[in-house]
Design a binder for this molecule. Sequence first.
Ligand code: AMP
Length: 427
Amino acid sequence: MPTFRAPRGTRDLLPAERAAFTKLESIGRDLGRRYGYRQIETPLFEQVAVFERGIGEVTDVIEKELFRLAARSDEGEAWALRPEATAGIARAYVQHGMHTWPQPVKVWLTGPMFRYDRPQAGRYRQFWQWDVEAIGDPGPAVDAELIELGARFYREAGLDDALLLINSIGDAVCRPAYVAELKAYFREHIAGMPEVERRRLESNPLRLLDSKDPALAVLQARAPRITDRLCPACAEHFAAVLGHLDALGVGYRVEPALVRGLDYYTRTAFEFYRAGAEGQQQALGGGGRYDGLIELLGGRPTPGIGFALGLDRVILALGDSASQEEGASPLAVIVGAEPAATAERLRVATDLRGEGLVVRADLSARKLGRQLESAARDGAHFAVILGDELAAGQVQLKDLQAGTQRPLPLADVARELRRADASHHHG
Ligand code: AMP
């Protein structure tokens, strides 16, 4: 056993896995560009109150999963690592007066999120999200645009079976009456409910609907459905979102029990699952409309919608097909007949790198034969061999793939390598 290990619920992304993440990040970057979203970065930690207000104090994310940072007495502020991106972005929207920008403000962010959760496969304490937000437009076309963007991400990542579940959870007009009805319903059946769920009944009854506790399954199936109790404005919005999705050819399933865990959501709520794995805890991503959030954080009333996609879960779902080249083989390795002459190999490599070429210097004190074997194992196309004739400005250029070798002025090596590289890529 090693003395030190990565903290529970975290893991190292070794180069092969990091390359798979980088591939997903570049899909996100490219989609952001094509869809008119601009990249934003917010701190990895915020004042606790940003999350408490922006997410809701009676949620698992805040009650149980928030990574709180010990406050330093001299500053007296309580901070926490971000469990998601939306609250921080909404805080930034208010802080920087983004309501004066052209609306909606469309941004994306990628980076690690932190939740003090019980670790298991696909559930980590540090995980990565690609997050997109469109703030300042009440929709419903914006809802559909953002959802279609999410669906496209999975397809471009190679996951063809991502299934979209969608619901409307109403707004301040229709939800209170529904929540009261839901409370009354569960209260009638409280005898059959586990203790934790009884507490939820008072604090956050909507959560009873997406609880995964099997003891609730039958009650959930018979519970009143928000989908049938939307006020006219919410019903119209929901129908319009579905209409737009139909028009865009985005498949979905309306899921009346889908409520999402975070308090700030209004109207549109959605999640993506792998087909056949819906209803389990491992969503590939999810999001929704949060028309109350900006105001909760001190801004003027401003509608918004966002979506967060779990990169770790996409990688897991892709399995072996997620693996990427860990980085290209060097075009050339600089080797030498004099094992101890590492300084000249390093200098030649450095000059070629300065010319933009991908080269490795063999800095070992191995014999030339060993250096050449290692260069071939690396998948290098060429070896540049430094020998006695270097004093006269000459080297040997060995084509490791063709097995040929010829002398060349050192001054011509960069041009020669560049030409070979170009014909290799384009020829
Ligand atoms: P949420 O805000 O909980 O809906 O999270 C959005 C997405 O982030 C989820 O659908 C998952 O794909 C991913 N996610 C959330 N929590 C975790 C976690 N603990 N580990 C890995 N991925 C997560």
